[in-house]
Design a protein around this ligand. Sequence first.
Ligand code: C5P
Length: 317
Amino acid sequence: MKSEHSGLISGSSNHCMALARDGRDSAAMKGTDRAYAKINISLDIISKMDDGYHDMLMVMQSITLCDEITIECAPGNGVSVDTDVPYIPGDERNIAAMAALAFYDFTGINGYSTRIAISKSIPVGAGLGGGSADGACVLRILNEMFNTRLQRSELETLGSRVGSDVPFCINGGTVLAKGRGDLMTDLTPIPECRIVICKPPFAFSTPELFGLINCEKIRARPDTAGIIDFLDRGDLSGVARRMYNVFEDVLPRGKKEIENIKYLLLDTGALGAVLTGTGSAVFGIYDSAGAAKQAYDRLSASYSDCYLCETIASCAG
Ligand code: C5P
């Protein structure tokens, strides 16, 4: 999907789920789909809840950067995960395996050996929701494969058992997410734009960053209401100027490098630039494809983990 000429990860090619029955064994089934990454246009934390989780207020957006997942089910038992990245676990600690187990538990389907193959493009430890996207994609594929016809809201509830960002990744698009991230309202889709992402060579631990947040002492917050208003007006620049992520104030290390990436993005014409999720990736929003390409080329000269992509209105094919 990454064109060699432009570097742009485009959403234009077919991203519908493909399903097939294996000719050799009529009971074996195969399904494939894409797991799309997300960015946080804004990330605010309202309070710490009694269960230790945080009450969030986030504008989330799906982008064309994605992993590819293929699932093969045949009579038997067990769930396994194969990825092309060595440090991702292949057992039940993997969020994709957790999602499959949650699906079987919820539907009561059993007696299948489930092999999940993930071709990773979304960087790990970036705040781009790669694991959550994989989990949601597994739920979508299995729902189709077994013709269980679970509705979007049912898949989202099932996803919330697996991880806080999984419900958003079931359908994606442009969404306001509250609570743990599972209380969602669809927003007016973001105007057409390009996204340049750059991940520095370090990562933050999500529990560590949440642990550094003191909800009473958050100094700067995103203008969430303003972002929603400018989305409604189709004003990309108004949206981009109001972006913020409250984790930027509590970064335990690497703050200078994050600021440098933001500076490079803004200096190359980004309308706004911000940390996504718990980082460490930073993204910039561009209304000009040419400026975005130049930014991507310039950042790629210093950082190996750079991506040029577009937004998408829905993850569900
Ligand atoms: O739900 P998930 O496994 O993605 O969350 C990872 C960690 O992030 C949790 O263990 C918790 O420390 C933190 N978290 C939180 N509040 C949220 C979401 C995540 O404190 N709304």
